[in-house]
Structures are given as C-alpha cells and as structure tokens.
Design a protein around this ligand. Sequence first.
Ligand SMILES: C[S@@+](CC[C@H](N)C(=O)[O-])C[C@H]1O[C@@H](n2cnc3c(N)ncnc32)[C@H](O)[C@@H]1O
Length: 206
Amino acid sequence: MNKDKLIRTFDKQAKTYEKRRRIRSERKWRERLLSSARGNVLEVGVGAGANFHYYPQGAKVTGVDFSEEMLKKAQEAAIEEGIEAQFILSDVESFSFEDNSFDTVISTLSLCGYENPTKVLNSFNKWCKPDGKILLLEHGKSSNTIIGYIQTMLNPLNRRFVGCELNRDMLRILENSNIHIERMEHYMTGMVHLVWAKPNKDTLIH
Ligand SMILES: C[S@@+](CC[C@H](N)C(=O)[O-])C[C@H]1O[C@@H](n2cnc3c(N)ncnc32)[C@H](O)[C@@H]1O
C-alpha cells in the first residue's frame, strides 16, 4: 500500500482509537511499561494518545505520527490528561532527530506498520540518550502454529483495512536491530511483547 493510502487508512480510524483510549484498552500492559518512562519522551506512532494517561508526572512528550486526524485526537488527550506535549506530523521512517535527544523512546503497537521496522528501531537507538530507555509494546506472529497460520491468512485483509501487519516475526526484528534488550515479557501465545531496552551506542549505524 502506498503511504498516502496508508495515512488515509489511519485517518479513518482516529475516532476508534480515541474510543480505545477512553476505555483504557491494553491498560495492564501500558501501565506496566510506561511507569518506566521519564524525562523528555519521544513517542512514535503516537496515535490518539492512548499512553498519556500512564505517563509519570513531569514527562514531556514529543509525539510523532503521519496521520493528522490521529494527532488532533492526541492533542485533545494531552489537554485532558494534563500532559506537556508537542506534536510532529511526519512519517517516522523519513524523519530525523539529533542523536541523543531523548531520555525515553516509546513505541506501542507501531512497529507492525513500518516498511522497515528494524531501521526504525535503529533510529530509536540513535535518538535515545546513552543512559536512556527504549520501551516497546508490540504485537506479532504467535508462537502457536495454528494461530500463526490464521494470522498469516488474515494478514492481507488486515493490512488493507487496519494498516498493519499481523504476522511479523517481532523477536527476529528486535534481534536484528541495534538496541540492547534488558527485559522482555510475552503474552497471548507470544503475540504480544513488552520490551525494556537500552540504546547500544557501540554499534551505531548511521
Ligand atoms: C496501531 S496505531 C497505534 C497507536 C498508538 N501508539 C497506540 O498504542 O494506540 C499505529 C499508529 O502509527 C501511525 N503510523 C504508522 N506508520 C507510521 C509512519 N510511517 N510514520 C508515522 N506514523 C505512523 C499510525 O498513523 C497510527 O496512529
């Protein structure tokens, strides 16, 4: 799918993502992961601001998303939750920050959408300060063969109507990136991963 079409697909879902934010979808995982966030936070694929409720006090958020409709919802969410936030309307895959800009880099449910998720993780590695954290909540292909097969069958439809891949090998993507994983937790037959990572500045690839 070309990028303009993909952006329209996400634009159309902004209201749904707002509803999901309000019903605190994925609450248990978001709460667990985001309690580790601190300082200057970069959140990529910020969507409708589903994470804002969980940020510790004092977090200053820069949210990036290529969907204008999502960012409008995220702006409302930041006001409601009293979060200091600024937003950048851009494709994460073509945007760049200065190296070592953020204390925490966060992606929740966004690596499933990028053309090259490993490259995006390597950007996190650069943008995160050496003593910072990279926090991820991502989904991918189940380790259960039957569920994985069903995900692969449903993938073309999901890509078209939801905008993301259902059957990515998320562990392989993480392994192939430069980030240094400190801790991982896996849920729902290996479909959902919580990741606490650090940047690995020894393997910096520009
Ligand atoms: C599945 S939603 C997740 C939203 C939010 N992170 C959450 O946890 O609810 C993926 C988000 O990433 C955004 N996105 C996908 N690909 C992107 C890209 N290449 N650049 C910027 N944003 C992107 C979409 O617009 C959407 O808001």
